[in-house]
Design a protein around this ligand. Sequence first.
Ligand code: WTA
Length: 651
Amino acid sequence: MSDQLATLLDEQRRFPPDPAFTAAANATADLYQAAETDRIGFWAEQARRLTWMEPWHTTLEWTAPHAKWFLGGKLNVSANCLDRHLAGPRRNKAALIWEGEPGDRRVLTYWDLAREVNRAANAMKARGIRRGDRVAIYMPMIPEAAIAMLACTRIGAVHSVVFGGFSSESLRDRINDAEAVAVITTDGGYRRGQIVPLKRYVDLAVAECASVTTVMVVQRLAGTASAEAGATMKPGRDFWWHDLLRAASSRCEPEPMDAEDLLFILYTSGTTGKPKGIVHTTGGYLTQVAATTRWVFDLKDEDVFWCTADIGWVTGHSYVVYGPLANGATVLMYEGAPDWPNRDRMWEIAARYGVTVFYTAPTAIRAFMKWGTEHPARHDLSTLRLLGSVGEPINPEAWIWYHSHIGNGRCPIVDTWWQTETGAIMISPLPGVTTTKPGSATHPLPGVSVVLLDTKGVALAKGGGFLALTEPWPSMLRTIYGDDARYQETYWSRFPGRYFAGDGAKVDDDGYWWVLGRVDDVLNVAGHRIGTMEVESALVDHPSVAEAAVVGKTHELKGQALAAFVILKEGNHPTAQLKDDLKDHVARKIGAIAKPDDIFFVADVPKTRSGKIMRRLLKDIAEGRTLGDTTTLADPAVVAKLKDQYESDEG
Ligand code: WTA
């Protein structure tokens, strides 16, 4: 065991729940017992908290690796997130509180949101969009992003949200893979004071998408900025959102959807060059996101919940939109950068709206740490009562900083492990119940079966190994869109009959889980999943590149950064200019988030006899260190070791 991991597992600090929190908590310790006694019945009980149009006849049908939950049941997601709150006192409650980066503000009550969603649903119908059709959503963080998602669910259309930071080529590939009939976008959005011309990117993408017949454009930019951003409208294909909605009625009957009907597709990076369209269905997904929101974020009617994730990622789907709204909560949404115009922007917003529950990524926390305590200290954060973390391992230092400087030592922290594929939180403390340890996601949630495996698939009681899931869960991915063979191969072949998450983990003597990071060729850069193969494909697409190998290197803020080893084609010369060109090329092919931090021009890359790139060696070179000499929680040496084991056993 490396020193670093030993230190980590030596972490002696314990944070038991505050009895006052426990007394009022949504989650109770007996949930574990109930789930243990009858796991399937336990999930059925959670599902019954939703509003169903028709009851299900079979709770679970499991023919590994294919699960069907709540068979025969019918429901509508938008009706669960909106209509059922309109009859009572929540009708006039804020559903969405939104702030744009330039400082513009909007509040939509449940009534307002329902009206907009109904009108958008009718507008989509008027454009011929039907149940089962796929609709791509490419938007900044504005209320219409959530409205568009909910409107799709109202009519039974399947949304595919594409993160607004992805390039037009990435957008094009995702639209084509899903054969989307429509794209919903904006003329632009704001990021660090700059305009991001989304409609212009959509035009480039859609020019190569035969399936798209409608582009709906929300006008986000005022006056001339809209035209300057290149939002020209193609007659017959492009329509202003406000024109379509003005003509639409504000009553649209929610489509009764089968529990197993597709709800959305969300593309995520895998270990090949081609992103995977993760498929989620209606009843199981909503059941588990609603239940986990209630337990893990402890949401009450008075809360203001701020999940800082972008709608383009699964966290934005499950914990900005569906989970909180299904619970009738108030959600805060912010469009822009955390340091714009100042480094206290987040705390200024949190204080202004009296945010009570705050959920963000370790990358952000490490940036806040670096910026200094004076920024949060300037604001009254006394309304905060619970903090959450997601997306990467959180190092104990960041955990303690978050606890002291944002939570003022009062707020429990929930470190939540889950994935695009799991749909909802799987491993997390229950606030009010669980004693936490800084850096540990603690225990699987009730109803979730997690196991630690060695390379041979033998279950381990403790120590280091691979994280796998042994029983189906309601919000599990159902397949990869259009490629069920890849679904089976990717998740179920490494340890037959069990879902392999791709993460390495440790279980300590007290049975606490410490998720260490990916052991496959997926990197986690600032909490964003990026496949090394995707970046390699983008690099070799450049005319001067013969071969490329991409590895993750430890990064103080981002957790991991990308380092690329590039072999140039004959006649090309390694120059600083070429490095910049290659970085820009990757940004154009994938998006700025995939830009390598470092590019090394090399004559060759080390490979195993079977031709596999020796990534561990490259990683060492990129980090300029010998193994073991590292500083972050997800000890790269340990992960590298697990990774080596994983890869060598794979053959
Ligand atoms: C990582 C984000 C450690 C992990 C919800 C996983 C984490 C990948 C945690 C999924 C956590 C997520 N501790 N690692 N609390 N949460 N991860 O699909 O490697 O964008 O496999 O979903 O993020 O990333 P995804």
